[in-house]
Design a protein around this ligand. Structure first.
Ligand code: NAX
Length: 324
């Protein structure tokens, strides 16, 4: 048996954690031959609930699960970790201003970034799921100066998968026939799912739908899908978010020609360097690359710029708060 890969999940007792851990332990995150050791990080009051989830994990008798550690201590959680899924975050409560939200999350993601810097394995890969995901990832990355910046990512794969599914239903084609789907910008209502870049059967997807559907139905449906799930289910997306996290890490490690991932900008497509922004990405030899040469029309430019402006504003706000 090869050496187990250490996978840390924060917010492990939450609803995404509950949907995620079983899939990691069954081999869907890293592959059917890769044993894993799970590290569950929770806040102290939720440790007992995490223990309950761990008992259920044991009861699945997964072949690949070599052990589970449960902790509220950052050093223990990230010691030697190879894959860190940062799911736990501070949600916005009634009356909370954006600055308060960013500050509360800065108090979580700053120390987690530092613990990753000080204790994680040399090959650590980090995916931030907890919202505001892109800016939380930036905060963590800025606290980890010794870790290459490209190891910090935020999740826009759920938005990507939602866009695939909406387009597939509209055109009555299997999801597998859609190529080059791209989410640009922030994981928020300003995100831009781009049908001018996406292709179906080798032709631009935008040419195969009405312009009014693209602009007035598709974009808002994808961008506001999270709110629609809350409205219908009475709780936010959990299984689909866990599924997207599995897809993201699986493709990062095992390679993909094209997906959407929020990665540190190198200035591509006019996105200020350093922002953690969603781009069209491929993964080669375990590293994300921003796909170059995508044509951007005037409509797309406006949408991308608006979402990037929101990321810039969030970065400026956390700077002013002294969080980075
Ligand atoms: P839950 O409230 O069910 O679970 C969050 C868990 O995190 C709780 O068990 C809590 O005790 C724990 N936690 C809080 N602070 C912590 C800390 N400092 N260290 C360790 N654990 C901590 O939320 P859930 O539905 O699981 O969602 C988790 C996060 O994912 C939220 O921020 C949510 O907004 C975000 N999402 C992000 C998505 C994305 O596409 N990027 C989509 C789904 C989801 O909305």
């Amino acid at each position: 048996m090869p050496t187990p890969v250490n996978v840390t999940v924060t917010g492990a007792a939450g609803q995404i954690g509950y949907a995620l851990l079983f899939r990691i332990a069954s081999g869907q995150l890293l592959g059917p031959d890769v044993p894993v050791r799970l590290r569950l990080l929770e806040i102290t009051p939720a440790l007992k609930a995490a223990e309950g989830t761990a008992m259920e994990l044991e009861d699945c008798a997964f072949d690949l699960l070599s052990g589970i550690d449960i902790t509220d201590d950052l050093k223990t959680a990230f010691d030697g970790t190879n894959v860190a899924l940062l799911v736990g975050a501070r949600p916005r409560s009634a009356g909370m201003e954006r600055g308060d939200l960013l500050e509360a999350n800065g108090g979580i993601f700053g120390p987690q970034g530092k613990a990753i810097n000080d204790h994680a394995a040399g090959d650590v890969r980090v995916l931030v799921v907890g919202n505001p995901a892109n800016t939380n990832a930036l905060i963590a990355q800025q606290h980890a100066p010794d870790v290459p910046a490209d190891r910090f990512t935020a999740m826009t794969r759920l938005d990507h998968n939602r866009a695939l599914s909406q387009l597939s239903a509209k055109l009555g084609v299997p999801v597998g026939t859609i190529e080059k789907m791209t989410i640009w910008g922030n994981h928020s209502a300003t995100q831009y799912p781009d049908l001018y870049t996406a292709q179906v059967n080798g032709r631009s997807a935008a040419e195969q739908v009405e312009e009014s559907w693209l602009k007035d139905t598709f974009i808002p449906t994808v961008a506001k899908r999270g709110a629609a799930i809350i409205e219908a289910r009475g709780a936010s997306s959990a299984a689909s978010a866990a599924n997207a996290a599995v897809d993201h890490v699986h493709d990062w490690v095992n390679g993909t020609d094209w997906t959407s991932s929020s990665v540190v900008s190198d200035g591509s497509y006019g996105v200020p360097e350093g922002l953690i922004c969603s781009f069209p990405c491929r993964s080669v030899d375990g590293a994300w690359q921003i796909i170059q040469g995508v044509e951007i029309n005037e409509f797309s430019r406006g949408k991308i710029d608006a979402s990037v402006q929101e990321l810039t504003d969030e970065r400026d706000a956390v700077r002013q708060l002294g969080l980075i």
